[in-house]
Design a protein around this ligand. Sequence first.
Ligand code: DGT
Ligand code: CA
Ligand code: CA
Ligand code: ZN
Length: 579
Amino acid sequence: MEKSEIVAVLEEIAVLLDLKGENPFKIRAYSAGARLLEDLEDDLGKLIAEDRLGEVKGLGKALVEKITELHETGRLEYYEKLKASVPPGLLRMLEISGFGPKKVKKVYEALGVDSIESLRAACEAGKVSELPGFGAKTETNLLRAIENLEKYNRRHLWWDVRAVALPILDGLRELGAVERAEVAGSFRRNLETVGDLDFIVGADDSGPVMDWFAGLPDVAEVIAKGETKTSVRFSNGMQADLRVVPPAQFAFALHHFTGSKDHNVQMRQRALAQGYSLSEWGLFPKDADEATRKSRELHSEEGIFEALGLHFIPPELREGRDELAYAEENRVPRLIEPGDIRGAFHNHTTASDGKDTLEDMARAAAALGWEYLGIADHSKASWQARGLQEDQLREQVARIREWNTSENPPVHLFAGSEVDILKDGSLDFPAELLDTLDYVVLSVHVSMTGMDEKAMTDRIIRALETPLKCRKMLGHVTGRLLLRREGYGVQIPRIIDAAAGNDVAIELNAHPRRLDLDWRHWRRALEKGVTCVINPDAHSATGLALLEAGVRIARKARMEPHEVLNTRNLAEVRAWLGL
Ligand code: DGT
Ligand code: CA
Ligand code: CA
Ligand code: ZN
């Protein structure tokens, strides 16, 4: 078993012990063990082989044995027994936001609630609010959280889906029978979350393709299997459809199953207006007899768009917004690509809650071929994220200046700070200190709840208006965490106007769980003259690669390289920063 999987097992053991009301020290031993293992720098297999795992500070004998057993055999009897002793519904209940092990244990023991469904029933019957320590407000919040969970649970982050989709796509393309294969659906449209995967294959003989797909090792359930379509569910809960069509139909099927539905409706209407009927099977003369009609022979999506008098519309733009009108008038410009990026500004180090040092982050940026990297650790109000005190920030700035004047630094470092926007809209550090920086990322992390939209917007605008000598960027504008929590309500048009009016760049936070500001708002922001900066919000060297998720979303907003600050070279960025 791999390290990350062992970490997950140890974490689950801690949760299970907590649900059983075990001794807190024992619980902490497992969760701390999981952290230690996660942060381990040496290779786990090597440590075990050399019998040196016990030398890791903080890992007790019991944990060393269990980690070794998991690593060698992929199993752990202790864990399996423990898991069997707890109703599985209790673990699922922990996915309800704001509902921890102590509360789960309480409702289980007091009311026999052992699943999300029975918890909902108990809430609706008002039984939960009668329990000591719960109250009517908790009950209402629980009901809302359950609703959210159900709404979101069926979807997955694009980034997670990609890890499943690409190896399958490669596998399909290697099959002898397969002429063409693509992933379609919301995945191909780079939507931030994906419901299910849609594979489209062009092949004359579908049987072997369906057998291969249904037999993938990760398939937990074959929901349906036929000659044209197979649907499966993977062990992580994700579902996938595979459709196999004759090669001549491939382009039509790919276009149809890429969608979106709204885009398809508009395309069909356009086809009808021009005397055609468009479907996943072809482009036919409108009134032809179904049995004998013949489709136009088109072998690419480009061909389909062209036949309807349109320039090619990249999949990312097919959301049924204004893409048809646009493609009728204009050729879609060359959209931004991951290779256009030359640096990023919102990144954390070990000084706050990052996992890698300033120097390691810098070297990782250089390895990606970047020219510059901005360091923006948390400010003091974010104490949970080990935000920097003022003297710590000064020290960091000195270290950054030193790096830049050292011999041949592989990238240029910019000194920044992710400064908390406090409740009243003031900034967490005094202007004199911020004036020594190259730029600041202004973000809301504290007092996120209990503020109405207008108050939150006023608060952020006040921060944007703060006179500073250095450049400002607005970080993760709504604070949303996809599939977990909605952002705080904020009046986006007012924020965009204030950013434009005060020359503040707005971040497109590239973290796959944020992708904030949402792509739906960017055209407006760009038209108002706002500069976009795509930031990975990296908390480790490997986290820099998340930037690609942001670029994918920028494409959905039809962004071109010149609209994004961090596609510019070092000299241009220095000029923008006024340095
Ligand atoms: P998802 O899976 O919920 O993230 O979203 P999609 O867009 O992948 O939707 P899905 O998997 O239900 O269907 C894939 C594509 O197939 C969809 O984007 C458009 C097309 N499609 C599916 N159902 C319909 C429909 O009822 N009408 C039309 N026009 N197209 C459809
Ligand atoms: Ca889909
Ligand atoms: Ca589907
Ligand atoms: Zn942040």
